[in-house]
Design a protein around this ligand. Structure first.
Ligand SMILES: [Zn+2]
Ligand SMILES: [Zn+2]
Length: 408
């Protein structure tokens, strides 16, 4: 099938933009980050500094606060009764005790206690350290079509990007991506757009995700308990959805391959229920800890998604996909190399299952793509569903193409 002209133009632009980089270089190292996090600026239940502190005091190097259709850049007050009703009974006391009574700003409005939410620019200096910890200004652009949620995170924004409306799921996704692209051009900065939790509310199908070829990133793993990670009786789980989308992309549309991120989508910071922090993240192999370098590496596919497995290295070559797994105490590992062959009806076929710490797969040449999922014998520290194991998801390789470049 001949792709439409607009699609060719898009793919061509992507190739041009991608050819600029994709050489990680000797000084590149792995950085851990979460690109999907909520605070009291929208429907999260803790003050933004407390949320950042959760990540900054652990082993994360970067974080994006992604509240719904809002950026923390203006005056906003929240009623303490509202904080309490979301489960934050001790939130204000904890906030004062961690950052000091002088830092916390409150007021009384008709007998009700309100707390001012600090802006990103106000609290950045408390946490950011060159090469140590980075906050990326971001937003969850939250829209929908016909009651289907369509949420797209934009990371490294200069200000809020308005939610878009459209005539179909694909149209809303495309218009949102266009708005992000315009924002990036207008503000002369790279902005990463990734589609969130496609199975949340069964919002976005594999076919829809495949056909919006402008979108190159989505969440293959999201730690929120309502995202139907495993699918249901009639609908595919998110990993299978990834394979279906990439098969359509590469076989029918000659579009760019879709990469998969892992995120928390954390909202609850007060007890063990709901969407708690620390469940999903990305490890990005970048030349430095800046938003531009991280986005550049992600666009090159130099990252993996994780729910608990750590990799020492990933080599995504033209003819081989090879992984070095970082052994956790007491764990054994199975790596599945998964893809679809040209002309095969079997979508998301397991080409090989390899045990041990150094799995690799040599491409035959008839694969449309091959990716890898590494599964540990250990459960995550904070599992989302019963029977869950720690995993890592390695980005697909497309034979005959530059390892990171799109099709055209
Ligand atoms: Zn969402
Ligand atoms: Zn979210």
């Amino acid at each position: 099938m001949k792709p439409p002209r607009s699609l060719l133009v898009t793919a061509g632009l992507l190739v041009v933009s991608l050819l600029a980089g994709c050489q990680a270089g000797d000084q590149a190292r792995w950085y851990k980050g979460n690109l999907h996090t909520h605070t009291l600026w929208s429907d999260g239940n803790h003050f933004p500094e407390m949320v950042v502190d959760w990540y900054a005091s652990r082993d994360y190097q970067f974080l994006a606060l992604t509240d719904h259709n809002i950026v923390a850049d203006h005056e906003k007050w929240v009623g303490n009764d509202q904080v309490i009703s979301r489960g934050g009974r001790t939130a204000l006391a904890d906030y004062r005790s961690r950052f000091g009574a002088d830092w916390v700003q409150t007021r009384d409005v008709e007998g009700k206690l309100q707390v001012r939410l600090k802006t990103l620019e106000e609290f950045r200096p408390l946490f950011e350290k060159p090469g140590g910890f980075l906050l990326i200004p971001a937003e969850e652009i939250t829209s929908g079509f016909d009651k289907k949620p369509i949420h797209i995170n934009a990371s490294n924004v200069a200000e809020v990007i308005a939610a878009q409306q459209g005539t179909s799921v694909e149209d809303v996704i495309r218009k949102t991506l266009l708005a992000v692209q315009h924002h990036a051009e207008e503000h002369h900065r790279p902005v990463l757009a990734h589609l969130n939790h496609p199975n949340f509310g069964w919002g976005v199908t594999a076919e829809e995700l495949a056909h919006v070829v402008e979108e190159r990133f989505f969440e293959v793993y999201n730690g929120h308990p309502s995202v139907h990670h495993l699918g249901d009786e009639t609908r595919p789980g998110v990993e299978k959805l990834w394979d279906i989308a990439n098969t359509i992309r590469l076989r029918d549309l000659h579009g760019p391959v879709l990469f998969g991120l892992g995120t928390d989508d954390s909202h609850n910071y007060h007890n063990a229920t709901g969407s708690t922090p620390g469940r999903g993240w990305v490890m990005v192999k970048a030349r430095e800890l800046t938003a531009a370098a991280l986005i550049e590496a992600i666009e090159c596919g130099d990252f993996y998604a994780s729910s608990g497995v750590v990799l020492d290295d990933v080599r995504r070559g033209r003819s081989e996909l090879a992984i070095d797994i970082h052994a956790a105490q007491g764990a054994t590992y199975v790596t599945e190399f998964i893809g679809t062959r040209v002309g095969s009806e079997h979508i998301g076929e397991v080409f090989a299952r390899v045990e041990g710490l150094h799995p690799s797969y040599r491409l035959r040449g008839d694969e449309l793509f091959v990716r890898a999922t590494v599964t540990s014998s250990l459960a995550p520290e904070n599992p989302v569903f019963e029977g869950q194991f720690r995993q890592a998801w390695v980005q697909p390789v497309v034979p005959g193409q530059r390892p990171s470049a799109s099709g055209s």
